[in-house]
Design a protein around this ligand. Structure first.
Ligand code: SF4
Length: 156
């Protein structure tokens, strides 16, 4: 089972380049980021993310073209089942997952269009900073630099 935090579900425009993304926060995080910005997500909290919940969230947020799981939880099979459900039922909505781990299982790259890896390290910064240690892949291609278009420093 994977759980999400209903009250933190939101439409986001920055997390996945050029996408209108419905983002759900997943609890039971198994990351160990030293600079963890959301330690409460390590707890077993929230509600189960089921296919019926996915249906409702998408119906309530008509027009999104990406579904992002912010976190992967501890139940890989359940996570991959949700990804497979999305792919079957909503083929026009791309699937994304943010992991706090340095590497994820190879199946993630088959199940999701976008995969973000790397723990959050405060001094390196998040994806939109050139110093970041994190990486976002689209179909296994590293597209992290697409976050750096805004605020470019011409001297760098
Ligand atoms: S991925 Fe890292 S920053 Fe995010 S909740 Fe887990 S430990 Fe914290």
């Amino acid at each position: 089972m994977i759980k999400y935090i209903p009250e933190l579900t939101d439409i986001v425009l920055e997390e996945i380049p050029d996408k209108v993304t419905l983002a759900v926060e997943i609890s039971n995080c198994r990351g160990s980021c030293l600079g963890c910005h959301s330690p409460f997500l390590k707890n077993d909290i929230g509600e189960e993310l089921t296919p019926a919940v996915v249906d409702r969230l998408i119906a309530d947020n008509f027009g999104v073209n990406c579904f992002l799981l912010l976190g992967e939880g501890k139940d890989k099979d359940a996570l991959l089942r949700i990804a497979a459900y999305l792919k079957d039922k909503y083929p026009r909505i791309e699937r994304a997952v943010y992991s706090g781990r340095q590497e994820v299982d190879p199946e993630f790259y088959e199940a999701f269009d976008y995969v973000k890896v790397g723990p959050y390290i405060a001094e390196c910064g998040p994806l939109n900073e050139r110093t970041t240690n994190q990486r976002l892949y689209y179909h296994r291609e590293d597209i992290t630099s697409r976050f750096w278009h805004k605020g470019l420093d011409p001297n760098r």
